[in-house]
Design a protein around this ligand. Structure first.
Ligand SMILES: NC(=O)CC[C@H](N)C(=O)O
Length: 314
């Protein structure tokens, strides 16, 4: 990428204009009314770099439901609490299945493939919950996210959480299945109550980009996890962060990312930046359609990739 702050702003403006001009905006998640009524015409992108001012384009100050992007923060907390013992309960392999699939869980006797599919995230939430109440656990999670973002104005949308509880039959099935295999320490309703509230955290694109800075691995970024753990979390985001679309995201964008069904994607450029995009319409994998396209365009324009750089990369 050419040097200078204006060129990065130009790239963001270009990415946003292309997204706003795209007629096929994907399909907004409709399993709960709060997500079904989000306007699909919205788009935002924000880039946070350690020690620099966060840059953005589009609707970057509109809060959205981060949903499964929250699984990154819960994983960081779970690893902080039990370390590598987590891997006795959850794997580190891509699943090649939809985010809420049950198939592998039965075949693999209740050990979820990775912490970013629902079954795996239910286990990491269970791990964080051990020894505390859902309220205390959510308090710790919010403290972590607010510290990461350097912003106390981050909250949980209670009506999203309640809708998820009412409609989350498949997640209850996954939790009971985990319990039947001895891979859940707390009662399913407590674990899922916590899980649904964590998914219902709302952030703006700028807040999410800032919250990802702890994974960039720069001295000027908030130090919330060790450098070793940063590498491991990024590896999992690269291989598993987009469910059965993870290979496609790695091919198109070449950077570790984590998506959510609210249309947000957090992408890490190791050593350089944390990038958040948001567009509510989803592709067939349940990942933001325009968010993925925008990140491909952004990665092409900046040359930022973990798979080799182009001339001009800062
Ligand atoms: N992919 C997602 O963002 C899924 C999160 C959603 N709350 C669920 O558990 O089904």
């Amino acid at each position: 990428m050419a040097q200078g702050k204006d060129s990065l702003q130009q790239i963001l403006d270009d990415v946003a204009s292309a997204a706003f001009a795209t007629p096929d905006r994907g399909r907004v998640a409709d399993y709960i009314p709060e997500l079904a009524r989000v306007n699909p015409d919205q788009f935002a992108v924000a880039v946070a770099r350690p020690g620099k001012k966060t840059m953005f384009a589009g609707d970057a100050h509109t809060p959205f439901s981060i949903q499964s992007v929250s699984k990154v923060f819960t994983l960081a907390l779970a690893l902080g609490k039990v370390g590598d013992r987590l891997w006795a309960r959850v794997g580190r392999e891509p699943s090649g299945q939809a985010f809420d699939s049950m198939i592998l869980l039965e075949q693999e006797k209740g050990r979820p493939r990775n912490p970013f599919i629902n079954a795996g995230a239910i286990v990491t939430t269970d791990t964080v919950l051990a020894g505390s109440s859902p309220r205390e656990t959510l308090g710790s999670l919010l403290r972590f996210v607010r510290a990461a973002a350097g912003d106390d104005n981050i909250h949980i949308n209670e009506s999203v959480a309640q809708s998820e509880i009412t409609t989350g039959h498949r997640n209850f099935a996954l939790a009971h299945f985990l319990l039947s295999h001895g891979n859940l320490a707390n009662a399913p309703d407590l674990v899922l109550g916590t899980y649904f509230h964590q998914c219902a955290i709302e952030m703006t694109c700028t807040q999410l980009a800032n919250a990802g800075l702890f994974l960039v691995g720069d001295k000027a970024a908030p130090r919330l996890v060790s450098p070793d753990r940063i590498r491991r979390i990024n590896a999992l985001m690269m291989t598993c962060g987009h469910y059965d679309g993870s290979g496609d995201y790695a091919y198109r964008v070449g950077l570790p990312g984590k998506s959510g069904v609210g249309g947000g994607i957090l992408t890490i450029v190791p050593g350089i930046a944390s990038v958040a995009v948001w567009s509510p319409g989803l592709n067939n994998y349940g990942n933001s359609k325009l968010g993925t396209e925008a990140m491909q365009r952004f990665a092409d324009m900046t040359g930022w990739s973990v798979f080799g750089s182009r001339e001009g990369r800062p």
